[in-house]
Design a protein. Structure first.
Length: 331
């Protein structure tokens, strides 16, 4: 989920914690739990430091990796609750710890429900776990929380309020999952083609993006209610193309491919060489695919520079490449 959702859920869990008599009877502990759940709801994303230290490419590969693994659930909880306990040493540690742990676990669980996924199974498996039925930002989940905050503000019991709110969210998640499962079966029945089917949730439950990868072609489209509309038909790139093969030596491309799916590569001749773009077809914005890795090659196919991440406009691609490679050849 996005950062705003994780923060919101942290406050919501602090309200739910009032169902715990140990918390509700101790205002100092309730405040400590509030800090623990808000920080715990965001702790797995503290791996953002990778981007600051190692760059965007390394972050692209490792975000939601080890930081979302099984051991990390315990370590983040101990770390966050420990910091809060140092700030408020008079409160009981154990309730602070387990409410922080709940916040960390829910962060990872919700991240597994969207298209990007996590490596939550590490160290047992390095596979990216992505269930693809909740969008990165879900207005229903955010809206339900703010309704709960409103009731809390007007004096309703926060524990009971968020007990109901989370029950409603649980029902909503179940409905979304069933809609995902039924839609996937419907698309497979309609197309009757062998391949890999991926549904990507939009913010509205009735609309989904669809990618079908066959042996030779990618099909990208939308499903709105029961209307399937194919938008792009893309023949797979030549894996033996010399420019594409040269780009595979680049570290940013390696980072990008480590956790991407349905990837398509294209190259564009330029006055000073070639530009190769690796695109993840799961993430479409109208007719653009903003999640990519871009590599600049000279005429002898030597790598000049590269970039990976979210690039929504061609001007931004140019800006990102120039800002990370000052003094390189002009774009």
């Amino acid at each position: 989920m996005d950062t705003s959702t994780h923060i919101t859920m942290g406050f919501g869990l602090a309200g739910l914690a009032y169902l715990d008599p140990t918390v509700s009877s101790n205002p100092d502990l309730a405040n400590a739990v509030l800090l623990g759940t808000v920080l715990g709801s965001n702790a797995p994303d503290f791996d953002y430091i990778i981007k600051l230290v190692k760059g965007n490419g390394m972050y692209t590969e490792h975000h939601r990796g080890l930081s979302h693994s099984v051991p990390a659930l315990i370590l983040w909880s101990i770390f966050v609750s420990g910091v809060v306990f140092i700030l408020q040493p008079s409160v009981q540690y154990f309730p602070l710890f387990y409410w922080t742990l709940i916040a960390v676990i829910l962060h990872v669980c919700f991240d597994m429900m969207n298209a990007y996924g996590t490596q939550a199974g590490r160290p047992f498996t390095d596979r990216w776990i992505s269930f693809n039925f909740i969008p990165l930002f879900d207005p229903m989940i955010i809206g339900a929380h703010f309704i709960g905050f409103g009731f809390w503000f007007f004096g309703f019991h926060p524990g009971l309020t968020f007990g109901i709110i989370y029950f409603v969210i649980f029902i909503y998640i179940f409905i979304r999952y069933e809609r995902f499962r039924n839609n996937r079966k419907y698309i497979m029945d309609q197309t009757k083609m062998e391949g890999i089917y991926t549904l990507i949730p939009r913010i509205w439950i009735h609309k989904w993006d669809v990618v079908l990868e066959t042996e030779s072609t990618y099909y990208v489209g939308t499903l709105t209610h029961k209307e399937l509309h194919w938008i792009h038909f893309i023949e797979k790139h030549d894996p033996f193309c010399p420019y594409i093969l040269s780009s595979l030596k680049d570290n940013n491309v390696k980072h990008f491919l480590a956790n991407s799916k349905h990837t398509y590569a294209l190259f564009v001749p330029e006055p000073n060489g070639y530009e190769v773009r690796w695109i993840d077809l799961r993430f479409r914005d109208k007719n653009n695919y903003p999640y990519m890795a871009v590599v600049k090659l000279d005429k002898d196919r030597n790598i000049l520079f590269s970039f990976t991440g979210w690039m929504n406009r061609s001007k931004k691609v140019k800006k990102d490449l120039i800002s990370t490679n000052k003094g390189a050849i002009p774009l």
